[in-house]
Ligand binder design. Structure first.
Ligand code: ZN
Ligand code: ZN
Ligand code: ZN
Length: 332
């Protein structure tokens, strides 16, 4: 049974999940080599996976039993059945691995990726994320949900079929907490949201701006951790992704549909991680945070220095990356 243990002296947690040792071993498969007939995420293989939590249909995939499908992860890092059971002494602290770990199978088609999905379908996926997060929010033991995509073996994907994951936690992970703390401090000092200010500055200067539409802006962040890191920022201030209305979701999907082909033209078929940052469930009314997506290509290796210092070494300034992407966009 999974457990969360707090790292010595740090406000950082580790999930101990021995069951995950049984995960599929074909980790090093390149994206195209997994076979559709043995893939648990393909239609007609539904019996291999845990039962469907929710599924979504669409006109585009009218012939298929579903267009998007959410299931529990077969090898969960956390489980809703776990008791909270907090334990702490002066030295060590732990809590039960209560939480949820779901997989969102993003298309019935085996050989596809976000880059080749339509904006309508991407909006369906984002809508599915929203719905799953809203559902889990009802469990008072859970404090927040992390939605993320690992694309490519190098980014941590273990199955080739296009999917994302949702992990709901009984605590706020330190990566998100650090951003929340920074946003709260900025708001306290200035009375404004840091991401709204970032949006304003990036749209004024334009040097790190990639593309934008009425709903959102794609920016290479000032301190990009890797070459071609991109943040997608909704234009209107909102800390709660679950409150996003269908027109905002559709606008963001359109922006992603335009962005990804530019991005892969610039850096090739690269592995990447995409994460959604949103206010924790118990802080949804707080004014200081602004939900967003972070897209991080796995171009280099996270090695000893990055692990030990949390400092990344990036050879490509964000201005250079953004200019390159804008040039590609203007040629289309
Ligand atoms: Zn498949
Ligand atoms: Zn804002
Ligand atoms: Zn963030």
């Amino acid at each position: 049974m999974p457990k969360l243990r707090k790292r010595l002296l740090l406000d950082e947690w580790v999930i101990l999940a021995p069951e995950r040792a049984d995960r599929p071993r074909h980790l090093d498969l390149s994206l195209s080599s997994a076979k559709a007939d043995t893939c648990p995420f393909c239609p007609e293989n539904e019996a291999i996976t845990p039962p469907t939590i929710a599924s979504w249909r669409s006109e585009e995939f009218a012939e298929e039993p579903w267009a998007v499908r959410a299931i529990p992860n077969k090898f969960p890092a956390l489980r809703v059945e776990e008791p909270v059971q907090p334990h702490s002494d002066r030295l060590y602290e732990s809590i039960g691995g209560v939480g949820a770990h779901e997989v969102i199978i993003e298309s019935p088609h085996h050989d596809t990726s976000w880059e080749s999905l339509s904006a309508t379908h991407l909006a369906l996926i984002l809508g599915a994320w929203r719905q799953r997060m809203t559902d889990l929010r009802g469990d008072r033991r859970l404090r927040c949900a992390m939605l993320f995509k690992n694309h490519g073996a190098r980014a941590g994907a273990t199955l080739a079929h296009v999917h994302s994951q949702l992990i709901a936690l009984p605590l706020v992970p330190s990566g998100l907490q650090a951003e929340l703390d920074g946003a709260r401090e900025y708001f306290k000092d200035t009375g404004r949201c840091a991401i709204c200010d970032m949006l304003k500055r990036e749209r004024q200067s334009g040097e790190r701006l990639v593309i934008e539409n009425d709903a959102a802006v794609a920016v290479a962040p000032y301190a990009s951790r890797t070459p071609f890191e991109i943040w997608i920022l909704p234009r209107d201030h909102h800390g709660d992704f679950m409150a996003a209305d269908p027109s905002l979701v559709a606008g963001i999907a359109e922006l992603i549909e335009k962005l990804l082909p530019l991005w892969s033209e610039a850096i090739g078929p690269v592995a990447y991680n995409l994460v959604l940052h949103c206010l924790p469930f118990d802080l949804l009314d707080e004014p200081y945070y602004h939900w967003h997506l972070e897209l991080l290509p796995r171009t280099g290796q996270v090695a000893g220095f990055e692990w030990s210092s949390n400092i990344y070494i990036n050879p490509t300034p964000s201005e250079v990356a953004a200019r390159h992407l804008r040039n590609l966009a203007s040629r289309r």
